[in-house]
Every structure is written in C-alpha cells, then in structure tokens.
Design a protein around this ligand. Structure first.
Ligand code: EPU
Length: 302
C-alpha cells in the first residue's frame, strides 16, 4: 500500500518516520519472496503509539517487519504498509551480567558483543538470523539455548492500551517457538541476564554450534529456516526426509536437499509456489504417518 495523502506524509515526517516508498519486500526477507509496499522506519520509539494511531485513523493497515528471516510474504501490491524499527546506537548496554538490548539489533551481533564482555549463555543461537525482537517473539532456540530463558524484562508497545510498558519476566511466558505477546504488540527491547564466562570458552562453543549448523543446514541458500515446528518427540526434518521428499519442488520452491525442514527459493519462487509446497508436504506427512505439521514460519499471505 502506498501512502499518498500529503497531510499524512507531513505528519510522518514530523514524527521522524523515514518512508521508503514502493519497496519490494523480497529484498527484506531471507526467502527473497514478497511484494511491494511502503516501508516506514521508526527512529524514535516514543513516537510509535502516535504513528500507529495516525495510520489507523487514515484507514491504513500495517505489519511490523523485523529481520524478515522467518517470514513468507504475498507477491504483488500488498494491502498494508510495513513498519520497521530503525537500528539506533547504542543497541546494547552492559551493566555487570545484565544486558539491555534494542529489539532492532541483530541477534548474532548481540551475542558477539556480549561475548567480548565475557558474557555467555546464548552461544547456540549465534547462527540464527534476524533481530532480537523477532527472536523474542518466536522464542528462538537452537543447540540447547533459548532466548526466553534469559529474559528479565521487556519494553513493549501494547496495542490494547496504545502505550509503551515495561514488563518483568514474571508477566511473560515463553514456550517452544512461542511467546505470550499478542500479534499486535511490538517489542522494543529487552533486559537479559547472562552468565560470566571467559571469551575463549564462548568462542569455542560458538565454533562447535556453527560447525554443526554448517554441516546440517543449507546456509548459503534463500530460506526462512525451519518451515514447520518439530512435533513432540521428533524432528519434522527427519519425518519429511523419511518420505523421500528432499529435492521435491513446486516451481522455484524446493525442499532442501541438505535439511528437509528448510524449503529454499531456487531463484524465482513465488509466494504461491512456497505455499503449495508447504501444503503438499504437510498433506503427504499426514497421509503417511498421521502427524499434522504446524508451521513455524509466519505467513503474511492475503
Ligand atoms: N534429520 C534427518 N533429515 C533431515 C534433517 C534432519 O534425518 O533432512 C535428522 C538429523 O539427522 C537429526 C534429527 O533429524 O538426527 C534432528 O535434526 P537437527 O539436529 O537438524 O534438528 P532439527 O530438529 O531438525 C532443530 C530446530 C532448528 C535448530 C536445530 C539445532 C526446530 C523446528 N528446528 O532442528 O531451528 O537450528 O534444531 O538446534 O525446532 C529454526 O527454528 O528455524 C531452526 C532451524
């Protein structure tokens, strides 16, 4: 959706919101799929409630875009604008073992910044792409590390109240690839509690995880990470692989031949190709073993 109302454009500028008109979201997602819309970059977090109020009163729908690394977006002209938090320095502030991090900061960079201050606990997550905000929303996890376990408090825009609040960990819930935040809420930052650990030890752990990841995941291809959540007690990748579906494709969308729960864009995949592949694989798994796979990725499809 393109914002054209001159009064609204002026109001956006007054709120220090940077508007990038007609952006192809394919360039902002790791899958390389997604249509066109205006991208609104929010510099001052305190202006967020006013921005959202303005959009609503002008009948403009919005979606909050993080790192775009766990996301499938429709093709064509999109019926909403994409709002994104601009990265503002300093993104990480360290006091002892307590770390404040802005939601727009990349997760990997956060982990390496903390490592330099001899703070560990998130080493397994180092290869997980995306922002801290996205990692918190999905409760990102890998190699025994899970971000939800180290959160002490978060700063969040709560849509029901239309304001920014700070919430302690006792009011939050994190489960496997799930958090208690509503889809309309916007995470702005978090305070994490990490553990003191020598830099060398942290780097060694990171190397071990990276080695395992490189050996088992198609890191050089366009993907959104794992497509499906793991069903209790098993791995979706192993199940899909067991049905011989590696390499199975719909148009430009293909089940990775490295890890069967990664679906890759082989160049010209459309959103429809990817959706059909997801449905096809889900149906085949259901027919074969009566397990209904649930998506892990977020769908912004019409
Ligand atoms: N396996 C196969 N074939 C495949 C893929 C996996 O046989 O094509 C087997 C492996 O050999 C292994 C088992 O399945 O015995 C589990 O595989 P892996 O260690 O790769 O873990 P996963 O359960 O497939 C999960 C997370 C990943 C995370 C890894 C490492 C989910 C859905 N996936 O994958 O997270 O990186 O563990 O901790 O929870 C993501 O969330 O996007 C993601 C990639």
């Amino acid at each position: 959706m393109l914002v054209t109302n001159p009064k609204l454009l002026k109001a956006l500028a007054d709120l220090r919101v940077e508007r990038r008109p007609g952006v192809r979201l394919a360039s902002w997602t790791s899958l390389g799929i997604g249509g066109t819309t205006d991208l609104l970059l929010v510099r001052e977090r305190r202006h967020l409630p006013e921005l959202l109020r303005l959009l609503r009163s002008n009948g403009i729908r919005h979606r909050l875009l993080g790192g775009g690394t766990n996301l499938l977006v429709s093709d064509g002209e999109l019926p909403w604008v994409a709002v994104r938090l601009a990265r503002i320095e300093p993104t990480v502030r360290i006091e002892g073992t307590s770390v404040w991090v802005d939601a727009a900061e990349e997760l990997g960079r956060t982990i390496t910044t903390c490592a330099k201050a001899n703070l560990g606990g998130l080493e397994g997550l180092v290869g997980v792409p995306g922002t801290v905000g996205g990692a918190l929303r999905m409760n990102a996890g890998a190699y025994d590390a899970e971000i939800g376990k180290v959160v002490r408090e978060i700063v969040i825009y709560r849509a029901v109240y239309g304001r920014i609040d700070t919430l302690p960990a006792s009011q939050l819930r994190f489960r496997y690839r799930r958090s208690s935040f509503s889809t309309c809420d916007i995470l702005l930052g978090a305070r994490l509690e990490l553990v003191e650990r020598p830099y060398r030890e942290i780097v060694d752990r990171i190397h071990v995880c990276n080695f395992k990841r490189r050996a088992s995941q198609p890191l050089t291809e366009k993907s959104a990470g794992c497509i499906f959540k793991n069903p209790p007690g098993t791995s979706a990748g192993r199940l899909i692989d067991g049905l011989g579906l590696k390499g199975f494709r719909v148009g430009g969308a293909m089940v990775s031949d490295v890890h069967a729960n990664f679906f890759v864009n082989r160049g010209r995949a459309t959103c429809m190709n990817m959706q059909r592949l997801i449905e096809d694989v889900r149906e085949r798994v259901w027919k074969a073993i009566k397990i209904e796979l649930e998506e892990e990725i977020v769908l912004w499809v019409n």
